[in-house]
Design a protein. Structure first.
Length: 152
């Protein structure tokens, strides 16, 4: 039962973190598009970039409490997942806006919700903020490679 409670609390905290990041993302996007006249797709990318930085910091310290993990490994894993998120958000916003003739912010909301639940949360929970022993696996790979070189 404690595990279920912990899972629900973590999910709720992750959603709050995502909402904070979304506010940053949408604010940057709208300001750059509406006030600065930047093309909505570039503004979408820059908004996602800004929101991603906020999300990573909040998740590291508060949601997943991953301080025992090395920041550099978290940052590398987050960057991989984040690149996928930015690509999905940007491409999804473009496709939905262009195909449906909706306002770009409506498309951005729909795409952000889908990407948030189906990609971001799952990848952060299962990969980014979890100790997957990548350092140990890389060390074993390096040792194995050195052994092969010695054998030859």
């Amino acid at each position: 039962m404690r595990s279920l409670k912990h899972t629900i609390i973590t999910f709720c905290k992750a959603q709050l973190s995502a909402q904070i990041a979304t506010v940053v993302d949408f604010t940057v996007t709208a300001l750059l598009t509406e006030l600065c006249g930047l093309w909505y797709l570039i503004a979408t990318f820059l908004g996602a970039l800004s929101g991603g930085v906020v999300n990573c910091i909040v998740n590291y310290h508060w949601v997943f409490k991953a301080q025992e993990l090395k920041k550099q490994f978290v940052a590398i894993k987050y960057l991989v997942v984040w690149c996928g998120s930015i690509l999905l958000n940007t491409a999804g916003t473009y496709v939905l806006t262009e195909l449906s003739a909706r306002h770009y912010l409506i498309s951005k909301v729909v795409v952000a919700v889908l990407v948030g639940f189906l990609w971001n949360y799952q990848m952060q929970r299962l990969f980014v903020y979890r100790d997957n022993h990548i350092k140990d696996k890389l060390e074993r790979l390096r040792t194995h490679r050195e052994q092969q070189i010695e054998e030859n």
